[in-house]
Design a protein around this ligand. Sequence first.
Ligand code: NAD
Ligand code: GLY
Length: 374
Amino acid sequence: MLSAERAGSSGTDRAGQRQENMKKIHVNTSSEYDILIGSGAMRELPAVLKNAVNIRTVAVISDSNVFPIYGEKCLKYIEEAGMKALSFVFPAGEGSKCMKTYEEILEFLCENRLTRSDALVALGGGVTGDLTGFVAATYLRGIRFIQIPTTLLAAVDSSVGGKTAIDLKAGKNQVGCFYQPIAVLCDPDTLKTLPESEFKCGMAEVIKYGMYGNAPFFSELLDRDAKEFVDDVIGTCVSMKRDIVTRDEFDRGERMLLNFGHTFGHAAEKCSGFKLLHGEGVAMGMAVMTRAARRFGYCDDMTVELLEKILDKYGLPKEMPYTVGELTEAALSDKKMMGSEINLVVPEKIGKCVIEKVPASVISDWLEAGGVKC
Ligand code: NAD
Ligand code: GLY
């Protein structure tokens, strides 16, 4: 809990004022936590750490792009809480979301004798969050961690809901578990240093929220520039994600809607040797899936036109640079395949998708129907 315990105590007036300007979203999953969204959210780190009793050492896990910008500030806040601050920095990029980095971080934590009552901070994008979350879930059978997302994608999606993972050669996120953070501190000001290409990737996930469950939000994204109201964009997506993970924390039903565009997107990422950015894959995956949905009678021309229009507006790709054969092979190794069946998230209209369990043998038909070259 962030603010309830703090309100009214004499030394925390400024913190209280800061928090008044922020949006707080409470997540009520197997373990509960707050997400604080707003300028200066990282400044709440000392309070979060102090509230989480018994922490003596905090290790900040971050990548080689993010740590030089925000690392020192984060370490300073940990020290301000009276705790020992350590850092582990890995090379930026999806390639680091792997067994090797995972093992290196675990060894680092052992060498520095972090105990079960200590904590980690994931400072960065989805790669850092997924990797750190998996380390936190498994080191000494679980230590606490805090998410500080610094990409749009991490702010709207990966920092919330407790999916942690690393990749294998066989595919994305093949090893992982559900493990919730104790808090998420999301400061949209960090997006000012984010490269434009990465902002665009985050927009793919933002558009996904409009497509699967929020037509008015989709229209607003089409009519306005998301950058003009980015705090609200993050707040809307996080509220939607909170609602879905509260009802289906372990991804057995409704939560699969959040995978709209991801089955073919992950396949494209795999085909590219993970050179394609996650958001680019998701954008292509959404476009292919929506065109296929039209072909199979799930949605109309307008749905396809509007999706393609919004992808164009935010500079996202609509066409797959891989063949039906390549993508089919990659998609079938995806963990969403259940035996000989695969779950597809199919749009019926803007703001509504359904989950269809289909035989794996028809994947190539869907890709072809979505305009992928043979
Ligand atoms: P990322 O973490 O690699 O960050 C993208 C790039 O931006 C990196 O080069 C990073 O160093 C840089 N960067 C990050 N913040 C910055 C900042 N503020 N200023 C300057 N540079 C900055 O990638 P991502 O797009 O954030 O996340 C993609 C990952 O998230 C994928 O592995 C995907 O599978 C995962 N994901 C997980 C979930 C989930 O629910 N756990 C959901 C969606 C995506
Ligand atoms: N990003 C998909 C999920 O959290 O379920």
